[in-house]
Ligand binder design. Structure first.
Ligand SMILES: [Zn+2]
Length: 75
């Protein structure tokens, strides 16, 4: 039987589908009755989706800077 600390250590791999079937089932089972770990999983997923999104604006920022440099008056 997994405890919360076990599960929290495995959640990253869980979201990546990197857990073996037995561990995956254990995490899944724990999540079914543990709202704390479910909340942690939701937080982890939210953080990952934010991080995935942050990459785009960073690129857009670079482009915006390139445009700004190109359009600098007298430049
Ligand atoms: Zn838990």
């Amino acid at each position: 039987m997994l405890v919360c600390s076990d599960v929290s250590e495995m959640l990253t791999e869980y979201t990546e589908g990197a857990l073996g079937a037995r561990k995956w089932a254990g995490v899944r089972w724990h999540l079914a009755f543990c709202p704390m770990c479910r909340a942690f999983l939701a937080q982890l997923r939210a953080t990952r989706s934010v991080l995935a999104r942050v990459r785009l604006p960073a690129d857009a920022q670079g482009e915006a800077r390139a445009l700004a440099l190109r359009e600098r008056p007298g430049g």
